[in-house]
Design a protein around this ligand. Structure first.
Ligand code: ZN
Ligand code: ZN
Length: 481
């Protein structure tokens, strides 16, 4: 076989192992684990990687559930990123079109990371087959990246420069569209403020009390006034993790609030976060309380790499997107009735380009199609969309690109019970395997084409010339909230 035939055979091997990949994704779906506590998933992946001849390293960067498995020898080093964490409160029966938890208040795979990790694993195994059959120089490394939903595993790994040695990295995410991702997004930082005051009887001796809950409330009010004086790309969100108890007749001596600040550029995000710190100081001063500042995590904005995006697009076009049968379309249509009607035209290209938006409106018959079974028109750009991912930190240290495949109905919001309901469907499996094929094909092309690798590297150097500022503060250890 020539190298093209070997490449095709490697891609085809994903389909012939479909049962194995689907079962693995199911096992992770059935054992949802929250960020940085993905012990079962990490153990499962490490076992599978070893069984398939990969050299496994566990507890990367001191994170219990971070690991990698590599196969092959020599350059290029191609990283394939996998995630596997779930979300709290999203337990849901698979295939059901009504909210129906498996476990009351249990966790669930509301971001499709049961599929994400396995699609990436499929890509890594296909590249392994190619390396074995072709004898080409190259190493494929599957990275088990914990804590995407909270914890920013990849950013902690970036702080240790894990990604720097790679020649390129690929990733994907389950979605409602088939597209190559592009553009940039938000950097983000999370800090927990733990206020301490003095407890007192709220009626008999309120003058002796100093309320930590008051401090949290005043901090939140202060931040509302900050909002007028930030740039449009900035966002500030908060969650009160501890309101000091359930008794209004007690002056609350402790209260905790978790803040997430976002800005497009990481240096602006760091600066905005410092302003939030000042508001916390002001709140403590006003209430005569004190607070402990606990840095939790952070992510950097994505750097696009058009060279890799075009490579992924070409392979996506050749491999083709998933087509759906009547049963799948009926399930998607039924599930679609349970969330608000779609209003935004899907796809990054449609967001930035009116012609693409028009094409997508035609293809979706004015957003009435329950499933998007077409590839978005090619679009690469540097435009900004809100949101954050720790893939951003990878993209500052090596050329990186990502795709999305349609694994659930069009317009379906992420982090919902509906996402969990789709997690074991044939729609999800098909999208997962398709993603694995596109990533594997792109990795194989990089292994065989040094010019392509050079072009991706040159573009990366140009975009990352300012240098990487890790948003994670030096002494921080990854913390599961
Ligand atoms: Zn996700
Ligand atoms: Zn998510």
């Amino acid at each position: 076989m020539n190298k093209t035939e070997l490449k095709n055979a490697s891609i085809d091997s994903i389909e012939s192992m479909a049962d194995f990949y689907e079962k693995t994704a199911d096992e992770i779906w059935e054992n949802p684990e929250l960020s940085l506590k993905e012990y079962k998933a990490a153990a499962l992946y490490c076992r599978i990687l070893r069984e398939h001849g990969f050299d496994v390293r566990e507890k990367l960067c001191g994170i219990d559930t971070a690991f990698c498995g590599s196969f092959g020898s020599g350059r290029p080093y191609i990283g394939i990123l996998g995630e596997f964490d779930a979300l709290s409160g999203l337990s849901q029966k698979a295939g059901s079109c009504e909210k129906d938890p498996v476990v009351q208040d249990g966790d669930g795979h509301g971001c499709g990371h049961n599929l994400l990790g396995v699609g990436s694993l499929a890509a890594a195994f296909a590249v392994k087959k190619y390396l074995q059959d072709s004898g080409s120089s190259g190493t494929v490394i599957f990275f088990g990246c914990p804590g995407e939903e909270g914890g920013s595993g990849k950013a902690f790994m970036a702080r240790e420069k894990v990604w720097e040695k790679l020649d390129a990295a690929f990733c994907w995410h389950p979605a409602d569209v088939n597209q190559v991702k592009t553009g940039t997004n938000n950097s983000s930082i999370q800090v927990l403020y733990k206020f301490k005051g003095t407890a007192a009887h709220a009626a008999e001796c309120p003058e002796l009390g100093r309320s930590a809950l008051d401090a949290v409330e005043l901090m939140n009010v202060g931040v509302q006034f900050l909002r007028e004086h930030m740039t449009d790309d900035c966002r500030v969100h908060y969650a009160i993790l501890n309101a000091g108890g359930v008794s209004p007749n007690v002056v609350q001596s402790e209260a905790d609030v978790l803040y997430m600040t976002r800005a497009n550029k990481v240096k602006d995000c760091v600066a905005l976060q410092k302003r939030v710190d000042k508001i916390a100081q002001g709140a403590a001063l006003m209430t005569e309380t004190s607070f402990e500042r606990v840095f939790i995590d952070g992510t950097s904005e994505l750097l696009p790499n058009f060279t890799l995006e075009k490579l992924m697009y070409d392979n996506f076009e050749k491999i083709g997107v998933v087509q759906h049968n009547d049963e799948e379309r009926a399930f998607a249509a039924e599930l679609r009735k349970t969330f608000p009607p779609q209003s935004a035209v899907p796809g990054i290209g449609a967001h930035f380009n009116a012609d693409i938006a028009e094409t997508v409106m035609e293809k979706t018959h004015d957003l009435t199609e329950p499933l998007n079974d077409f590839l978005m028109p090619y679009y690469s750009g540097t435009g900004f969309t809100a949101g954050s991912t720790d893939v951003g930190d990878v993209s500052w240290l090596t050329p990186a690109a990502q795709i999305e495949t349609a694994t659930w109905p069009s317009g379906m919001p992420l982090h919902t019970w509906q996402t969990v309901a789709c997690g074991k469907s044939s729609i999800a499996y098909k999208g997962m395997l398709c993603a694995g094929k596109v990533m594997a094909a792109s990795a194989i092309d990089l292994i065989e084409d040094p010019e392509l690798l050079k072009a991706a590297r040159e573009e990366f150097k140009r975009r990352a010339k300012g240098g990487y500022t890790c948003p994670i503060e030096p002494e921080t250890v990854p913390t599961a909230l």
